[in-house]
Ligand binder design. Structure first.
Ligand code: ADP
Ligand code: S3P
Ligand code: MG
Length: 172
């Protein structure tokens, strides 16, 4: 019989917007030959609209409720790689639920995160003054990311494939 540990996600990626959770998570899942899930996509599927539209039409509080439910479901059901939205770890129940999981914190410096989110699709929290919003988010969340992480990987000036190799090595 499969043990409870084996049914857990192979890795749960956390970190600020622009740290590469969605990109690196997709590649890591490919390498491991397992499925990939991203809580932002799960929220979009449940809500029937984009993360941006949930924020604008229903508010951040509603987004956080949907996100907490998406994390809970994925931690119970998914045995592949799971990438969380950057703010998912703000929820105390999510922090508790992550205990014992293979949590990987993708670190990124402010300058690099600003460049990366500038290249990516809209993030509703970063629409106005992305640099100062990102700085605030990163300062507020850093202690939480650090506390929850089993493995921490620096991503600045590194290719996703190189980051994936380090995660695989560290997780064993
Ligand atoms: N290691 C990296 N080097 C360069 N660009 C990256 C790297 N990781 C991600 N990116 C780019 O940064 C943007 C944000 O990546 P994404 O995976 O969506 O981050 P997150 O899910 O953590 O917000 C994307 O355009 C992606 O292609
Ligand atoms: O940091 C945040 O609060 C958010 C990060 C986003 O995900 P990424 O971290 O994948 O960009 C997305 O969940 C939403 O825009 C809110
Ligand atoms: Mg993402």
């Amino acid at each position: 019989m499969e043990s409870a540990e084996e049914r857990r996600p192979a890795a749960v990626l956390i970190g600020p917007p622009g740290s590469g959770k969605s990109t690196v998570g997709t590649l890591l899942a490919e390498h491991l030959g397992v499925g990939f899930r991203d809580t932002d996509a799960d929220v979009e599927a449940v809500a029937g609209k984009s993360v941006s539209d949930v924020f604008v039409e229903d508010g951040e509080e509603r987004f956080r409720e949907l996100e907490a439910a998406a994390v809970r479901a994925a931690l119970e059901e998914h045995d592949g790689v799971l990438s969380l939205g950057g703010g998912a770890i703000l929820d105390p129940a999510t922090q508790e639920a992550l205990a014992g999981h293979r949590v990987v914190y993708l670190q990124v410096k402010l300058d690099q995160a600003v460049k990366r989110v500038g290249l990516a699709s809209a993030r509703p929290l970063l629409v106005l003054n992305p640099r100062s919003q990102l700085r605030r988010l990163m300062e507020e969340r850093r202690p939480i990311y650090e506390r929850l992480a089993r493995v921490t990987v620096a991503t600045d000036e590194r290719e996703p494939a190189d980051i994936v190799a380090e995660i695989e090595k560290e997780l064993g």
